[in-house]
Design a protein around this ligand. Structure first.
Ligand code: GAR
Length: 237
């Protein structure tokens, strides 16, 4: 696929259904979006996202991880060959369920981005929604971050928070978070592709980013009287 000048050639790595990948493809369908999706690569031939990518006219590749069991470097060499072959400059992990070696992470330092379904550093790893419910947190969400050697670690680019509601199941909470993943990932990838991200002392700065003017409280405080202790009235005991 011929690249448009000025757009950063980007690969998306997936393992499954690819709804975040679809959100990135939809954003990149706009010629003004600073990233061009040059490749969708899956580590499983049955990843549902592959068909979506092919239907969108995006080149796809499969590097099965299973035959490389016990040989993570070998798997990553095969992935790297595909990335180089498609001449990509950025890699976006979107539900890519493989832990990458420090060597691969170092080779892509500052150019490898991930989305994780929690407000990191809370709940790294798997089953984030179940663990958020078990912990009783009132706010949960998702994080887009640059990838460093630790699992679900690295400079944070963007987060979105959602309320945890009474009676939530992990599936209901996951759906609420996923909706925000699809908003925040295209925005964060655009900043990276446009060269607006600077790292200093392990923290990411995004040029021109605007912070919200309000806080998100859950539950809402309600009438002020509920928040303040009842004043003691002086008088005879
Ligand atoms: C997403 O919720 C993503 O945040 C999560 O997997 C899901 C993939 O869904 N990623 C991780 O847990 C990585 N640690 P998708 O295939 O529909 O985008």
């Amino acid at each position: 696929m011929a690249g448009r000048p000025g757009r950063t050639r980007t690969a998306i790595l997936i393992s499954g259904r690819g709804s975040n990948m679809a959100a990135l493809l939809a954003a990149a369908a706009d010629p003004a979006y600073p990233a061009e999706i040059a490749l969708v690569l899956a580590n499983r031939a049955d990843a549902g996202g592959l068909a979506l990518a092919a239907a969108a006219g995006v080149p796809t590749a499969v590097v099965e991880s299973r035959p490389f069991r016990g040989d993570r470097e070998g798997f990553e060499r095969a992935v790297q060959a595909e990335l180089l072959h498609h001449d990509v400059a950025l890699v976006a992990l979107a539900g890519f369920m493989r832990v990458l070696t420090p060597g691969f992470v170092a080779a892509w330092e500052g150019r490898l981005v991930n989305i994780h379904p929690s407000l990191l550093p809370a709940f790294p790893g798997l089953d984030t929604h179940e663990r958020a419910l078990a912990a009783g947190v009132r706010l949960h969400g998702c994080t887009v971050h640059l990838v460093s050697a630790g699992v679900d670690e690295g400079p944070i680019l963007a987060q979105a928070a959602v309320p945890v509601l009474p009676g939530d199941t992990a599936a209901a909470l996951a759906a609420r978070v996923l909706e925000q993943e699809h908003r925040v990932y295209p925005a964060a990838l655009a900043w990276l592709a446009a060269g607006r991200v600077r790292i200093a002392a392990g923290r990411a700065m995004v040029a021109g980013a605007v912070a919200p003017g309000t806080a998100l409280l859950n539950p809402l405080p309600g009438p002020l009287a509920l928040l303040t202790p009842t004043p003691r009235v002086a008088g005879p005991e």
